[in-house]
Design a protein around this ligand. Structure first.
Ligand SMILES: [Zn+2]
Ligand SMILES: [Zn+2]
Length: 319
């Protein structure tokens, strides 16, 4: 089942082009509320402990939750781990306040599908200018006229914990807000919830914006209307997710920073979990099935296909 989970099923009628961008009140108001709280954190409650809480909680939710739990495990199944660990990481991912696990899979897989078509709506491609794209991606949704069908894989649809998280994903801010309030008052809530959420949401959009428009590429995917680009200098703060050209080339790879100088903290954490015996069956470009239409733009880029060990971490299995 790994690396080939298809949730988006498109028949000949499905179109990635025809659609209308509409304001999404709930996510828009959430963003504005978090932004207001973030401004208050910095302006009215400046403190080093608030900054430390913001940095630590952002790192945990973005790296362990969003990147390792939601993206590399739940969506791409790029490695295997115990179910309790998967659920725990997905829970941390929900705290980024983007969507629940099912919503994340739907949004990600629909965009992936659209970007692989020869043409897609400007919304999917981040084709509009900076501010229009910001408005669209942070405050609106795309309503396709003829969308493909989304179907959750059975093992996820039958997971009661995952479905519980899906139903109550936004509420999960509440226990943490109460804990932060008990520890440090309203200032801690503003730094640890509001500022963290608005920076995470906005940063995620901004990386997606640049990663589909400008930047170096090592690979080209034939026939895809949208190519991924690496966002230079953002390896550390994106926990590896900024190496987006690699991700378009090898969506199922657990390692995103494949080349010298491409820092990938998410991969470092994965290697540590592997050494602890908590993670196995790690997929890498060399262990994935060959992909038709994938072209290396520089000869040395293709070296990642020669070895299943492009780093110190050895996958236990290459199946
Ligand atoms: Zn992409
Ligand atoms: Zn992905």
């Amino acid at each position: 089942m790994r690396n080939d989970v298809t949730t988006v099923h498109a028949d000949a009628r499905a179109s990635a082009v025809e659609g209308r961008v509409a304001w999404a009140p709930a996510r828009s108001l959430w963003w504005f509320a978090m932004a207001a709280g973030g401004v208050l954190a910095v302006g009215v409650f400046p403190s080093w402990s608030g900054l430390a809480l913001f940095l630590a909680s952002s790192a945990v939710t973005l790296c362990l939750g969003h990147s390792l739990g939601m993206h590399r495990r739940l969506i791409h199944r790029a490695y295997a781990c115990p179910l309790w660990l998967e659920r725990g990481l997905v829970y941390l991912g929900v705290l980024v306040s983007m969507a629940g696990p099912v919503g994340m899979m739907r949004t990600h897989d629909l965009r992936d599908w659209a970007q692989r078509q020869t043409r897609c709506h400007d919304f999917f491609a981040h084709r509009r200018g900076f501010f229009v794209d910001a408005w669209w991606q942070l405050h609106c949704e795309l309503r396709l006229v003829r969308p493909p069908r989304f179907e959750l894989p059975g093992h996820l649809a039958d997971d009661p914990v995952l479905m519980w998280i899906e139903r109550h994903w936004l509420l999960q801010q509440l226990p943490w807000a109460l804990l932060f309030f008990a520890l440090g008052g309203i200032g801690a809530v503003l730094w640890g919830v509001c500022l963290r959420c608005v920076v995470s949401l906005t940063g995620h959009w901004m990386i997606g914006h640049f990663a589909h428009r400008v930047g170096p590429r090592s690979w080209h995917v034939d026939g895809a209307g949208v190519q991924g680009h690496d966002v230079r200098g953002c390896g550390l703060i994106t926990f590896g997710e900024g190496w987006h050209n690699n991700h378009h080339a090898f969506p199922g790879s657990a390692r995103l920073g494949l080349y010298p100088g491409q820092a990938d903290p998410g991969w470092w954490v994965l290697c540590a979990l592997h050494r602890l015996g908590l993670v196995w069956d790690i997929s890498l470009p060399a262990t994935l099935p060959p992909r038709a239409g994938l072209q290396a733009l520089e000869p040395e880029a293709a070296r990642v296909l020669d070895t299943a060990r492009p780093g110190p971490c050895i996958p236990r299995s290459t199946s």
